[in-house]
Design a protein around this ligand. Structure first.
Ligand code: DGL
Length: 268
């Protein structure tokens, strides 16, 4: 049954532009939905803050989206999910979809070698990742690789040179020939997939959780009877961007990243 709820937008948030990589994947499956994306840029980055601080920021981001009127919330940020997804689910009646590093698919394809999990320091420190690590560490050799400062480089649109330099250092102590997969445990990292692949080597599979999150969202909306009429029918994406940061600047960057990501996605 379709009711007024079904035509409400899906709320998506991240500390900045990272969640646009997830939004792009969701739009691929559900182009006929409406979206409202919050970039909490005034408070980015999340990954080097305390868990309590990120929990507060995430609850505040959800509150802003709730006040816009949404039917579901996608926490398009591994760090915010680690810190706040349980509280968000307690607080809101609409479905809340979180993210976690895609260790399961990485172990399935790469158990013969080392699996590197790149993420923010907070994500790798938190209970959610540690539970995931304990579930898979008997099946594969997993190395968590915290990457403080990398989100800032991506946000500032630092060129390939600076990003590659960072990655070279970060991967410096790893035996590259033994790496089979790299998990992108932060939604920002999807935007530097090529640089990560160039650093890790051509034999390394790069895995992110974006498609899994999009599928989870669809299944959840379906089971709640919340899909909009025509949600899977192709149409130009309808996304409203909001931000806690500098409005003109951030929204322009968001639009540019979405456009670029949608174009890349269409070629795949
Ligand atoms: N994009 C985010 C994530 O997936 C967070 C980055 C940050 O603000 O540190 O973890």
């Amino acid at each position: 049954m379709v009711n007024n709820h079904n035509i409400l937008p899906i709320g998506v948030f991240d500390s900045g532009i990272g969640g646009i990589s997830v939004l792009t994947e969701i739009i691929k499956y559900l182009p006929g939905e409406k979206y409202i994306y919050l970039a909490d840029s005034a408070n980015a980055p999340y990954g080097t803050k305390s868990c309590q601080h990120v929990r507060e920021l995430s609850l505040n981001a959800a509150k802003i989206l709730f006040s816009e009127g949404i039917k579901a919330l996608v926490v398009a940020c591994n760090t915010a999910t680690s810190a706040a997804v349980n509280d968000l689910r307690k607080q809101y009646a609409f479905p809340v979809i979180g993210m976690e590093p895609a260790l399961k698919p990485a172990v399935e394809i790469g158990k013969s070698g080392i699996i590197v999990v790149m993420a923010t320091p907070l994500t790798l420190q938190e209970e959610k990742f540690n539970a995931l690590y304990s579930r898979y560490n008997h099946e594969a050799s997993i190395i968590p690789l915290p990457c403080p400062g990398l989100v800032e480089l991506i946000e500032s649109e630092a060129g390939t040179g600076r990003i590659s330099e960072y990655l070279k250092q970060a991967f410096g102590n790893l035996e590259k020939s033994k790496i089979s997969a790299v998990v992108l445990g932060c939604t920002h990292y999807s935007f530097i997939r090529k640089e990560i692949s160039d650093t890790a080597g051509p034999h390394v599979k790069i895995v992110d959780g974006n498609a899994g999150t999009a599928r989870h969202l669809i299944n959840t909306l379906e089971s709640y009877g919340l899909l909009a009429p025509g949600s899977k029918e192709p149409k130009p994406p309808e996304v409203k961007f909001i931000t806690t940061g500098n409005r003109n600047e951030v929204i322009q960057v968001c639009r540019r990243f979405l456009k670029k990501a949608l174009a890349v996605n269409r070629q795949m």
